[in-house]
Structure formats: C-alpha cells, structure tokens
Design a binder for this molecule. Structure first.
Ligand code: ZN
Length: 235
C-alpha cells in the first residue's frame, strides 16, 4: 500500500465523523475506520456506525471500493477512570472551571494515539478526526493547537510522519451540513439524518428534521441549531 494515499478515520457513527469519512473517501485511495468503546452512555452510536458503513457501501459505489477494514478498540479503562456525564448516570451541567461535565479528560489524546498505533501497523499515513473549535462545547482537546501539538508528539514518539487532519476544525455546525451536501449530495445528507447518532442520551425514538435524538441534550441542541441555520441560509 502507498501509505500517503491511505487514511484512518476516527469514526464514531455521529454526524461529524460521518462527514469526515466522506471527506476522506473523496480524497484518499484507501480508507479504514476505527471506533472506541469507552463505555459511553450513548453506546447506540457503536451500532449505528455499522449501519452507516453499510449505507455508504450500498449508496456510494465510488466510495465503496475505497472503504477498507473497520477497527474496534475496547477502551473500557477510560470509562472506569472518568467521572463525567458521558460515562456516569448524572445530569449534564457546567463545572466551575467553565467546562461542561460531558468533557472526558484525555479522550481525544488517547483516540489519536491509539489510532496512530493502528495506522503504524497498517502502514497508513493520514489520520482524520472530527474535532472542531468553532461552535464546539469548549473541550480543550478539540482545539487546533492541541491536535497540532499531538501530531508532533506522536511523530516524535513513533518516529513517523503521520498527518493529523481535522477537516471540520474551522466550520460551524451549519457549514458541516453544507460540507456533507457538497461531498455526497442528498444521499449523504439523508444517510446522516436517518442513521448517524449524536444524542448523548442514547435516544432514537423521536425523529426530527435533523435526525433522531432527545432534542434537549447539548449534542442534540448543537446538531439541531446547525441544521436549522443551514436550512435558513440555503437559497
Ligand atoms: Zn439528545
């Protein structure tokens, strides 16, 4: 495999990582995916991601031939050591330091480091993640400088030249919907609305214009607002 033409996408099965997967499939010749089970409360995303992968294979033949192996990493230990509202049955609140208690310390640092370890074995050079610091939740490990520093750290620590891509970094949620439309047209927007999972409460009973979810948790609110702003801005 020509490693510079291949990518590994951090693929959770949500709106952002599905858009990142489409971005990578457009750009690289061979694309693999990885998911992490850290005992998140919204574990349904781990089932939905397989549905999304099937949909992409079925609806986008030009992408299907590029889509390779899917990797699954059991990271139960992260759930064990994290006292957060994503890993415990507690309410979503803001902490005194201004961070929401949905922040899982170390999560993205670990995800990229483990992804790099897989990419090393698979001879893949490009790593892709959906981190974004535009209208995000304030997570410090989503910031551009964090990811850039992590790229340097990983490359020094593994003596490689991985490239960490974050195509959503400077997009707001409305622009992320627009990017999906640009990359895969209506079929991709439909796949995202119907099959991706974002809701922190694990809820998929209620259907909205923007997809399934409780409509009230921080993840649903961001996704809903982005969809409405995108629709409002569309000609
Ligand atoms: Zn929700």
């Amino acid at each position: 495999m020509d490693d510079s033409r291949s990518a590994l996408v951090l693929f959770s099965g949500g709106q952002d990582s599905t858009t990142c997967l489409a971005w990578a499939l457009n750009r690289f010749r061979h694309v693999e995916t990885v998911a992490f089970d850290y005992r998140q409360r919204h574990r349904i995303e781990l089932d939905q991601r397989l549905v999304v992968l099937d949909e992409i294979r079925a609806r986008f033949p030009q992408w299907a031939e590029r889509l390779g192996e899917d990797h699954f990493v059991d990271m139960a230990v992260l759930g064990q050591i994290s006292e957060t509202s994503l890993t415990r049955e507690v309410a979503f609140t803001m902490e005194q330091d201004g961070l929401p208690n949905t922040f899982v310390p170390g999560r993205n640092l670990l995800f990229f480091t483990f992804a790099a370890a897989i990419a090393w074995r698979r001879n893949i050079r490009n790593l892709v993640g959906g981190m974004c610091e535009t209208d995000y939740s304030g997570y410090p490990d989503c910031r551009d400088n964090t990811i850039k520093a992590l790229q340097v750290t990983i490359n020094l620590g593994m003596d490689r030249s991985f490239v960490l891509h974050t195509p959503l970094m400077w997009l707001d949620k409305a622009e992320t919907w627009a990017l999906a439309q640009e990359l895969g047209g209506e079929p991709l927007v439909e796949t995202i609305r119907e099959h991706t999972h974002t809701c922190y409460r694990n809820e998929r009973d209620q259907k909205h214009d923007w997809g399934y979810g409780c409509g009230e948790c921080p993840a649903c609110v961001l996704r809903k607002r982005g969809f409405e702003n995108w629709k409002a801005a569309a000609p």
